[in-house]
Design a protein around this ligand. Structure first.
Ligand code: NAP
Length: 269
């Protein structure tokens, strides 16, 4: 199977759909992102307990072909008995026939072999195009590829940003060697990197904002999926896609946020 190629920057949706009054604004932010060429939307059945998927569904209305849609299922839906219904419910909330990528949100108690079998069935049924995992460290990935069908894993989504670089030591090279796509969640560390004083200084010298610098930096190694709910943030994040960071800027960032020198346990939000 050909390796899955993802765009360098997409859009996150955590905390969308939690408040009825904000849904229209959130959907408009996603629509603007699609208009500007941010084609990948990351969501999950967990976000707003289905509310975020409904917001994504509103943004996708009439323009499904423009988007690459990623959703995730709860660990308690990872069994053969539960996964098919969970997937159908996500598809219905999103108003789509097929998910481009379906991720196991974090590892639970169901044997991996059973979950993989069910995911492979969803591919065969045309309900999902690809499947992957989230919050899996190298040891979990090793176990995953050892079960039947496990090597079909197309993507891993993990916490990765300037302040959390642990995966550079092992998970990034491990995935690269095997052609498994990586997605970087919380590229702004949930917001604080956009206000980091040291990062702000480097960003000013480079003529960009700290958030743009943080996103462009993460996007060098993975598909970065910042969540933005205002038009200004969406436009800024789209512009980050066009940034190329030179060696001088990268060296300054390494001084501010040193790369890992040894194995670090995968951090999870
Ligand atoms: P994040 O994207 O690192 O940060 C989001 C925060 O940054 C929001 O407060 C947002 O504000 C702000 N922001 C966005 N663009 C900005 C800009 N250009 N300038 C200044 N501030 C900006 O955090 P996240 O939402 O935790 O992570 C991103 C996505 O990754 C999630 O939405 C979700 O899809 C995914 N995720 C996955 C997992 C997992 O377990 N697989 C875990 C966490 C997150 P506004 O909303 O006001 O624009």
């Amino acid at each position: 199977m050909a390796a899955l190629r993802l765009p360098r920057v997409g859009m996150g949706t955590w905390h969308m759909g939690e408040s009825r009054g904000e849904r229209a604004q959130e959907a408009a932010a996603l629509t603007l992102g699609l208009d500007l060429g941010l084609t990948l939307i990351d969501t999950a059945e967990m976000y707003g307990e289905g509310g975020a998927e409904e917001v994504v569904g509103a943004a996708l209305r009439g323009r499904r072909p423009d988007a690459f849609v990623v959703s995730k299922f709860y660990p308690h839906h990872a069994s053969r008995k539960k996964l098919f219904a969970a997937c159908e419910a996500s598809l219905a909330r999103l108003g789509v026939e097929t998910l481009d990528l379906y991720l196991y949100h974090w590892r639970g108690n169901v044997p991996l072999a059973e979950t993989v079998l069910a995911l492979e069935e969803l591919v065969a049924q045309g309900r999902i195009d690809h499947w992957g995992v989230s919050n899996f460290d190298v040891d979990d990935m090793e176990e995953l590829v050892s079960v039947s069908g496990g090597t079909h894993v197309a993507a891993g989504q993990v916490l990765y940003n300037l302040a959390r670089r642990g995966i550079e030591f092992d998970l990034i090279p491990w995935c690269r060697e095997r052609g498994i796509a990586l997605m970087a969640y919380s590229p702004l560390d949930e917001g604080p990197l956009a206000r980091h004083p040291g990062l702000a200084t480097v960003a000013k010298e480079a003529g960009v904002t700290p958030a743009q610098l943080a996103i462009a930096w993460a996007a060098r190694n993975a598909c970065a999926i910042p969540k933005a709910s205002t038009p200004a943030h969406v436009r800024a994040n789209r512009a980050a896609l066009d940034l190329t960071l030179d060696a001088q800027v990268l060296a300054k960032l390494d001084t501010l946020f040193p790369p890992p020198r040894s194995k670090q346990q995968l951090e999870i939000i």
